[in-house]
Design a protein. Structure first.
Length: 304
């Protein structure tokens, strides 16, 4: 992996990564990480994409990985608004274009990254940058948890707390520790102990990429962005082919919200991965094989 640090113009420096593919590549893929993630977590995924003859690009969102952290306590997951993340995404696409990324370009996005992919694809002017031909969205964040009532209450509390000047304070139940600090048993991320333990060992060796819980400000921004995507007619703006994978055992995002959103998309296919926890690409081999099989069928069907 080759890395670069790029100033995206608002005082934030992003760390970007590039795994060069073969000369006769099928195209290029931009990986959009979930919250807390970082380039090195996607080494296995990058190898699998390279084997499929793609150039692979990725970056650390602001506030995580080795991109600029936004608060004095670098473990706090914070952002003022999700539009700042969209600025990061546009900067990464410009950087890709500058490297001569092979067309067609498609997105492979997880969780918050998949949410932001949809924000970008449904935004006015999205077509002005490098052309994106398709998207694969894994466990997209279109609602938090499986209870709409609790999610609505959490949104109200987050907005109130931010309005009271607590935007940079940890939300209730959040702390410097991350989910991997709590141990494998009962974790909501993966049922694969080997990959879970490997990830935790990496964080122990590289504490500079660690990230803890979210602030009230991050949570308020997330809820506002979710409401934006779920507004009437927003989904219809994403006209390119999309594959959406739902993790059957997801306890992080709302599968019901994902299914409702997918029904409104003009050109989307929905695949359910039974037994998968939230992080599909960090799951057991059998689940990952089902996911990659669906991705391969999708890409072949649209000529990528």
């Amino acid at each position: 992996m080759r890395t670069a640090f790029v100033d995206v113009g608002d005082g934030v420096t992003l760390r970007l990564g590039h795994w060069p593919g073969p000369q006769a590549a099928r195209g290029s893929v931009l990986l959009l990480q979930g919250r807390t993630e970082f380039l090195e977590k996607y080494q296995e995924t990058a190898r699998e994409l390279l084997a499929r003859r793609f150039h692979v690009f990725a970056f650390d969102w602001r506030g995580q990985g080795l991109s600029s952290r936004l608060l004095d306590n670098r473990l706090k997951g914070h952002v003022g608004r999700f539009e700042d993340y969209l600025h990061d995404l546009r900067g990464a696409l410009v950087w890709m274009e500058g490297t001569g990324a092979a067309q067609p370009i498609w997105l492979l996005a997880h969780s918050v990254g998949a949410h932001l992919a949809l924000r970008h694809l449904t935004a006015q002017g999205a077509e002005d940058g490098p052309r994106i031909s398709a998207g694969v969205l894994l466990a997209p964040m279109l609602g938090l948890g499986q209870s709409r009532t609790l999610a609505a209450l959490l949104a109200l509390i987050a907005r109130s707390a931010s309005g009271l000047g607590l935007a940079r304070s940890y939300a209730i139940g959040q702390a410097d520790r991350g989910l991997t600090d709590l141990g494998f048993d009962g974790n909501p991320l993966t049922t694969d102990r080997g990959r879970f333990d490997e990830h935790r060992r990496y964080l122990e060796d590289r504490p500079d990429v660690r990230l803890g819980g979210v602030t009230w400000g991050w949570l308020d921004a997330a809820m506002r962005s979710i409401r934006h995507l779920n507004n009437a007619n927003v989904a219809q703006r994403a006209t390119l082919p999309l594959l959406i994978a739902v993790a059957g055992g997801d306890r992080v995002v709302s599968n019901t919200a994902v299914s409702r959103f997918a029904d409104r998309l003009p050109d989307a296919r929905l695949v359910h991965l039974a037994g998968s926890a939230h992080e599909i690409l960090q799951e057991q081999d059998a689940i990952r094989a089902m996911c990659w099989g669906a991705v391969d069928d999708f890409l072949n069907s649209i000529g990528i």
